[in-house]
Design a protein around this ligand. Structure first.
Ligand code: GLC
Ligand code: GLC
Length: 814
């Protein structure tokens, strides 16, 4: 069953039924001001940091779910009936409901009792505000007198404190209302230089700023007393819960349409110009008035919306593909690329599944995110890399995360994840391959942000690599530390205290437990680092890296091989994990996927065996589960992985992030059909038809789909902010379609399904537009390339030496 449909021409998903299985959300903003918005106008907004600068409130995990939003109410001033065109919060039987989620905007509307209304929400580029354009049309044969109410609830900035510290917060709320604009200025009297505002383009018939005045006692957002009465009360909040509500009265002739523009914004004043007049406690509004005046003008709002569309044309235009498969096209051209940008912007902070309060930017996560967005935002990728590297420790180790506002590393959710440092090499390598910007390697970057400790970025990479080599275990495999990519495989934790964090508790000295995944990652990044060294003319150093890689590969084949597949790890007792000798957790996706991806066992048939075993034991129709059999009980020596009930999350869930490793492995083996088949199993668009089972948005990846051992097999969770976005994009584009960036140029190496006659693509790479067409003439993966009518040797197309900006590449597959 579907709850809507894809409108690919307009790059939109159109939801046609408001009660989707879960709130299906979208993101507003792509620079500093952000919001999440659900299909029924739920969600909240913030400036840069979802915890510390929250503009509006949201009620998590509530019943009914998804409350707190950008709510519009319409009231028929003759019949006194009122409703919300976005369905929530009043939940009337509206007609023609639709929610169009597009690139950085959402339009929600419906018709009720002959009154059509829709609202377009978006954040203009380069501004710290969101625009709501509410359009109301009278579809009746008679005149209609309609009151329109727009409402938000302010958050007292720090979302954590706001949700807990009532003894203070019920007293500090302050607002000003001037010329019809509502200003939220809690704590502006003291150390904040920022305030929020809520403005309306049409002269007010009333406003409210105190929540209780608007809602009435013991009433909710579904039936605000002031809306019911048809008149806002012009309340001024003193403490308690400041809100913003505007009322506009419309008198519409049959067929008449009116538009109202609302602005919700964030503004900062210079510290010495906070008040006007100086010495008063009144906000200085001189700096914000021009911005408000500008965007309350419908024409300016429309122009800003146009610019937003052009911004996305440009970003998405960098890679467009046309393949025989609609799901591949739609995800690569639109939604997966979009999700990669959102994931980069928000990391893992704010979604329906992430509270915006919890985490900073993950070191590992952020480096992997680069794989998916570097071509769209290379300058920002460069900045991100340098910020990440500056949090690295002099030992080569890494904080597990850092705070975007301070750019400082913190250990709040643990440290000593021994895979972390290696991901820096993955990120930098992706950046170099995309941009060719070798200068970044010579940038001086501190360790742990310590002034005076600066070394080149290249030196940081060396230390990342050395970090693994300095931490090898009894078999010569890398020590796992707190955990590796799998945060929940906690082999040194041994926690028996309820509620204790698996991420910060360590009871073993960490000298025994080893990870085959880190070994695979080491082999993969070692080759990348050797390439980078060569590109700097450091051939001897490159050879050393390759020697270390060869040695690690040997160790994996010897001590990391279980006979039919790769082991996952050794625990603190030196016992195998992910072996046929185990009773549970006999085989894992990560080590098999990653070792194959890294090319381990390609020559001696082990990779083939490992992926065949993966297919046999782990693949399901909804994707590849993380391990089998699941852990049926809690194991002290394994940690959080065994804390999840079977089939969920890391305990045998379909962890979508790791699926593309297997796809890439299959592609490396030349198995295009299998790789693409796996790709489609978790592709959200391909799962649209089973939305009632999948439950999450059909336009973006979810982190996890419940595995075959779960009662809810096939149900997705944790959509949007996940490494799944970048890895699936990277797998399908670079390994299945085979449009692959290298240090020396664009490599074309498709491993596509046998029944595809070919595909076409345009890829803008280092300033040159490559028009690619692949034609299948046999059913293998041998490719011959003709570049601008001349056949070339090999499959790497070097940048044109004569400055041409357009290149055609024709590839014949045999
Ligand atoms: C989450 C984390 C990521 C981790 C993965 C597996 O996606 O953000 O860092 O690798 O879970 O545990
Ligand atoms: C990862 C895992 C999650 C775990 C978390 C701890 O995100 O997916 O299950 O709780 O790491 O930080």
């Amino acid at each position: 069953m579907k709850f809507g449909y894809f409108d690919d021409r307009n790059r939109e998903y159109v939801i046609t039924q408001p009660d989707t299985p879960l709130p299906w959300i979208n993101y507003l903003g792509c620079q500093e001001y952000y919001g999440i918005i659900s299909n029924t106008a739920g969600g909240y907004s913030f400036y840069r940091d979802a915890r510390l600068r929250r503009l509006t409130r949201y009620r998590y995990n509530n019943a009914p779910m998804d409350l707190g939003g950008r709510y519009i109410y319409l009231r028929d001033d003759e019949s006194h009936q009122f409703w919300s065109p976005s369905w929530q919060p009043t939940r009337h039987d509206i007609e023609n409901y639709s929610c169009r989620h597009g690139m950085g905007y959402t339009v929600i509307g419906s018709t009720y009792s002959g009154i059509e209304a829709h609202t377009r929400y978006f954040v203009p580029l380069d501004e710290n505000l969101e625009i709501w354009q509410v359009t109301v049309t009278n579809r009746r044969a008679t005149r209609a007198r309609i009151s329109t109410f727009a409402s938000i609830e302010f958050c007292l900035w720090d979302a954590q404190d706001d949700a807990t510290n009532f003894q203070r917060n019920f007293n500090v709320g302050e607002v000003e209302v001037e010329e019809g604009v509502i200003y939220h200025k809690t704590e502006y009297r003291e150390r904040r230089n920022h305030f929020a505002y809520f403005a309306c383009s049409v002269p007010n018939a009333g406003f409210d700023t105190q929540r209780e005045a608007f809602l009435g006692r013991y009433r909710g957002w579904d039936s605000p007393a002031a809306v019911e009465a048809g008149q806002l009360t012009n309340s001024i909040a003193h403490g308690w819960s400041p809100i913003g509500a505007h009322q506009v009265k419309l008198d519409l002739a049959p067929g008449e349409t009116r538009q109202i523009v609302l602005l919700l914004g964030y503004h900062e004043n210079p510290a010495n110009q906070k008040f006007d007049p100086a010495g008063s406690q009144t906000i200085n509004k001189k700096t914000v008035r021009p911005v408000i005046a500008k965007y309350l003008d419908t024409k300016e709002a429309d122009a800003a919306f146009e610019r937003l569309g052009q911004h996305w044309d440009k970003l998405l235009g960098i890679l467009q593909v046309s393949t025989p498969d609609v799901h591949t096209n739609r995800m690569v051209n639109i939604w997966n690329a979009y999700q990669c940008m959102v994931t980069f912007n928000l990391s893992r902070s704010a979604s329906f599944f992430e509270s915006g309060i919890g985490r900073g930017l993950g070191f590992r996560d952020s480096n992997q995110d680069l794989l998916g967005f570097v071509h769209m935002a290379p300058t920002r990728a460069r900045r991100r890399i340098l910020d990440l590297a500056a949090t690295q420790l002099a030992t080569g180790g890494a904080y597990h995360q850092y705070q975007p506002l301070t750019k400082r590393g913190n250990n709040d959710i643990g440290s000593g994840f021994n895979d972390d440092p290696l991901w820096l090499i993955v990120g930098v390598s992706a950046y170099l391959k995309e941009t060719g910007d070798r200068c970044i390697l010579d940038e001086k970057v501190p360790f742990d942000n310590e002034p005076g400790s600066e070394k080149t970025l290249y030196e940081h990479l060396r230390r990342s690599f050395a970090y693994t080599l300095e931490r090898l275990g009894p078999h010569g495999l890398p020590l796992i530390g707190r955990a590796d990519w799998n945060d929940c495989l906690n082999l040194n934790c041994f926690s028996s205290t309820p509620g204790q964090s698996f991420q910060t508790t360590t009871n073993k000295d960490g000298k025994v437990a080893e990870s085959v995944l880190i070994a695979g990652l080491f082999v993969y990044v070692g080759r990348e680092l050797a390439e980078i060294a060569k590109s700097r003319g450091l051939n001897a150093e490159a050879s050393t890296y390759l020697c270390k890689v060869a040695k690690m590969e040997q160790i994996v084949l010897e001590h990391g091989w279980d006979g039919e597949w790769f082991l996952r790890a050794y625990d603190d007792f030196g016992a195998k994990i992910g072996s046929k000798e185990c009773t549970e957790g006999k085989i894992f996706i990560e080590s098999n996927g990653f070792c194959a991806l890294a090319g381990i066992g390609l020559d001696d048939g082990k990779a083939v065996l490992a992926l065949a075993a993966t297919r046999e034991h782990l693949a399901t129709r909804h994707g590849i589960v993380l391990q089998q059999p699941p852990y049926s009980k809690y194991y002290l020596n394994l940690g959080e992985i065994s804390s999840y009930p079977p089939g969920y999350k890391e305990n045998a869930g379909i962890f979508c992030h790791a699926n593309p490793w297997v796809m890439i492995g299959e592609a490396r083996l030349g198995h295009g059909d299998q790789a693409h088949d796996y790709y489609l199993r978790i592709n959200p668009s391909a799962r649209e038809e089973i939305s009632e089972l999948h439950r999450c948005e059909p336009y973006v990846y979810a982190q996890m789909i419940a595995g075959k051992d779960a009662p809810t097999f096939g149900e997705a969770k944790n959509s949007w902010l996940t490494g799944t976005a970048a890895w699936n994009y990277y797998a399908v584009v670079q390994w299945i379609l085979g449009i692959r960036t290298t240090l020396n140029g664009l490599e074309i190496a498709p491993v596509i399904p046998k029944n595809w006659p070919g595909y076409k693509a345009t890829r803008i790479f280092r300033g040159v537009a490559y028009h690619i067409s692949i034609e299948r003439k046999g059913d293998g993966n041998q490719i011959a390339l003709i570049v601008d009518d001349s056949p070339i040797a090999g499959n790497i197309v070097s940048p044109p030496s004569d400055g041409r900006k357009e290149v055609t590449i024709k590839g014949i597959l045999r």
